[in-house]
Design a binder for this molecule. Sequence first.
Ligand SMILES: Cc1cc2nc3c(=O)[nH]c(=O)nc-3n(C[C@H](O)[C@H](O)[C@H](O)COP(=O)(O)O)c2cc1C
Length: 357
Amino acid sequence: MKWLYQKLLRPLLFLMNPEFVHDVFVSVGSFFGKTSLGRSVIASFYKYNGGKATKTVDGITYQSPVVLAAGFDYNGHLASILDCMSFGGVEIGSVTARETKGNPRPRLKRMIRSQALVVYKGLKNDGVEVIINRLKKMKKPEGFVWGISIAKTNDAQTVSREAGIEDYTLSFKRLNEENIGDFYTINISCPNVHGGESFTTPDMLSPLMQSLDKVDCEKPIYIKMPINLPWEEFNDLLAILDRHRVSGVIIGNLNKEYDDADFPDEAPPKYRGGLSGKVCQTRSTELIKQTKSQWGNRFTIIGCGGVMSPEDAIEKLEAGADLLQLISGMIFNGPHLMKKIAEAVANRQKESSEVLQ
Ligand SMILES: Cc1cc2nc3c(=O)[nH]c(=O)nc-3n(C[C@H](O)[C@H](O)[C@H](O)COP(=O)(O)O)c2cc1C
């Protein structure tokens, strides 16, 4: 499968517009997810059925510690097929209170040699009510985890602090009222929205968290962190989160530093969107290590950014991550990657239990 993807399918797909390829993938995936025959076909190629790769985190058991990161399945169309591709869960969204059309095109570009994507999507999604209704009608695969990422609607109406907080809180409240989703993520760090990354400063984050605290929620809440802040500022945000009902952090979002790319000449000449993939790897792993060392087990850590291979996955887990999220690794290296990671995690868990015996 690896050979087939990397030598035949990828060169073909990479000739086409990335957003078009993504839309086709979502339509095909959604079609296969609708029937048990379709699910079996995908599972026969991509589902991990070997030794134990399960992990229980904040009371939720994942069949594999790899979760599809927010930004691939914005609208929840793939929520009944991804378990067949060895994902333990999906983070749907980011969803916003109102429908968001996204930024003007082009808003997605590949940097092939750097194994990165330039992302300027701007939170294109159907809006929280439509997504709630879609998920309510869908059959949830047994043992598969649905997380929902919440961001603020990307338009001029939510630029003020109060309007932004109201927008986040509305989506959070509605999802809880409808009991949709096993965990929630608050995306405070999307770089591609009106007003910029506005909730990544203490004076913005604090009132947002106070507002979210007032909503009844029994489920784990994670915060999607930026990766371009210096450690002191990042740690100031963690200190705020420590005072609120937060189970953990996802480290982290897209990289705004184009010079971190292996081949920066592939990047657009001026900033227009964050970078995913290999360009995020070092920064996210370093922040995971620092968070673990400073805060021990206070925060669940979900490692995200540049997991391109099973070795990268193990590196993030060894740095202190409890779970992993990815998108770019699947795009650059193929849909068999999650099965390979599950295999590597199962072997690692087996080895460490043998050492303990
Ligand atoms: C096309 C695309 C869209 C994204 N949109 C979102 C989003 O809506 N919300 C979010 O929290 N992160 C979003 N991200 C960031 C990813 O969730 C992830 O943090 C980042 O891509 C790094 O992981 P990766 O290197 O495995 O791709 C997006 C990433 C990509 C590639």
